[in-house]
Design a protein around this ligand. Structure first.
Ligand SMILES: [Zn+2]
Ligand SMILES: [Zn+2]
Length: 150
């Protein structure tokens, strides 16, 4: 019995991620907060929340760089580790310490076919969404953080 996997990489391919097709994210959302806008180089980040054990990561040595946003400046009040590829600077995922490292919030842009596979069901920080960008049809809208429900 083999389960297929969905894989993705950073820009330079020094890091790669894979997820079994049997593991589904507990939430797919987009976030327009200022941190996400800065990190994405765009209006938002499009991310999916997975259980950490469901994610397989491979990387060339020293390819990771972690920046931890201190809890004093996060919305949740918990530290958030932002992991990027050291070589190409691509943002990969976030580990919110709110869940003690058990959840990973992964940029679905990294996965081949990610945007076709997963559609956001929530939009966060819509107060920061630019006026020229429309809401996602059918996604729940939140002024700030939405409901992760876990
Ligand atoms: Zn890279
Ligand atoms: Zn955000």
């Amino acid at each position: 019995m083999s389960s297929q996997s969905i894989s993705g990489t950073c820009l330079c391919t020094a890091t790669s991620l894979s997820i079994s097709t049997t593991a589904s994210p507990s939430l797919v959302f987009i976030c327009h907060c200022r941190d996400c806008q800065r990190l994405a180089g765009g209006t938002c980040q499009v991310v999916a929340v997975f259980n950490t054990p469901d994610i397989t990561i491979s990387k060339t040595p020293d390819a990771f760089k972690t920046y931890t946003i201190p809890g004093s400046s996060t919305h949740s009040g918990h530290d958030k580790a932002k992991v990027a590829c050291e070589r190409c600077g691509c943002t990969l995922y976030t580990i919110p310490m709110k869940w003690g490292g058990e959840k990973m919030v992964i940029r679905i842009s990294l996965f081949d076919g990610g945007f076709e596979r997963w559609k956001p069901t929530q939009e966060w920080f819509v107060k920061r969404r630019p006026a020229w960008l429309e809401a996602i049809d059918g996604a729940k809208q939140f002024d700030e953080v939405g409901g992760v429900g876990m």
